[in-house]
Write a protein that binds this ligand. Sequence first.
Ligand code: ZN
Length: 224
Amino acid sequence: MSQALRVTDKKLDNKVQADIGKVVCVGRNYAAHAHELGNAVLSSPLLFMKPASSIVSIHNDIIRPDPSVYGDTHYEAELCIQLAADLSDATAEQAQQAIGGVTLGLDLTLRELQSQLKASGHPWERAKCFNGACVLADWLDPQSFNDFTQVTYQLYINDELKQDGDSALMLFPIYELLAEISHAFSLQAGDVIMTGTPSGVGILQAGDQLRLMLGEKQWQSQVR
Ligand code: ZN
């Protein structure tokens, strides 16, 4: 297994971005989040992508698209996986073996624009792929996790708990999810999977102090 790629630079350079082929995101992987946005729970995962150009490190300030032009930016805290091996038509066991890194990320979303695009039947890229729309923390060794079916994580904003994630509540658990994606299209070493957000999403305001917590690790950032 090759070593996981690292997104630790203060300013993510082009080389690191180039090493990540794609970011695959999962919509509605927690029933409570589907319900809070008035969406139905699905029988197969809803998939979309973010380009590598949207990735920024959490060690930078979070910069929102101008709200007066684009409307509100929502945070979605998510458990993220990076692959250390290619996966095509994989089994859950093969998917488990391919995990090279684990971290938290923010799937930033222009929610009002997304709602307009959905209502028009248009794709979501304008709401999900802007520069800075994929915020990633530092990659952790998957060996430090005993069981991916029971990973808890939290997002605090201004010291208030906003999102409390538990992978046990995923509608599509991680290994099965990776396998399922690999049947829809090939995943490659370096690719990142954002596994969906729990309930509690909301608007980012200028000056907000964010704290992401994954076990004993935590990362902080602020919104500009
Ligand atoms: Zn998301």
